[in-house]
Design a protein around this ligand. Sequence first.
Ligand code: PEP
Length: 259
Amino acid sequence: MRELVRPVVAGNWKMHKTISEARQLAAEIVSQAPALTMASIILIPPFTAIQEVKKTVGDSGILVGGQNLFWEEEGAFTGEISAHQLKEAGCDFVIIGHSERRQYFGETDETVSQKVLAARRHGLIPIVCVGENLEERKSGKTLKKIKVQLENSLFSLAEEEFKMVILAYEPIWAIGTGQNATPEQAEEVHGYIRQLIADRYSQDLSSCAIILYGGSVKPANSFSLIKEKDINGFLVGGASLSAESFLSIVKEANRVNEG
Ligand code: PEP
């Protein structure tokens, strides 16, 4: 994806923040972010706060996303939210297939695939998460798992649509655990994903693809991760809940653009 300024740093607020808390956090981020113009910042609040966050970021250039969607257009699907509803609330992005959704809510590569199509029908950019669990890593099955996830959830997309997808490599064992993948571990998978994209689509598309890393990203580890050539930014959970730590990550990520 060529248009988004890199690095891309997205904050997944998960099931945190009321509307007023979300407004306050977004306002703090907006007020301190102008100096950080060389990164794309995406705030991903819970559904209830999307509209308020969108209003708060205004024309600052900060972008807004949702954490999930359902693939149907509308109907009797209690508790679900559609791509169209997200779009109207102010989203340009949506996380799909986060490991917490897969683990607690039964999402599969097949449902991820349907959700990606629904997001694209409404012009949303999906941020699709893939990653292995600890057992898979320990038994040397990491790359195989990633390949299967990509093949089953994304690789049937036409090139024009795949271009509009952001990928996030999120090793499950690193999410919310304080234990991040080392830069070498992350780069191995990011490079592999890029190779798979080149094999399936083209070298050109592969080098344009945005691949984020997620899993216990903190200000202290973000520069060493972003220095890796195939890491284009971060999907941040816990550390995105305070303006100070989130913006420190943005600042660290931005260092790749400095001289
Ligand atoms: C996430 O939820 O996508 C995530 C990476 O969380 P954390 O940064 O807290 O590990």
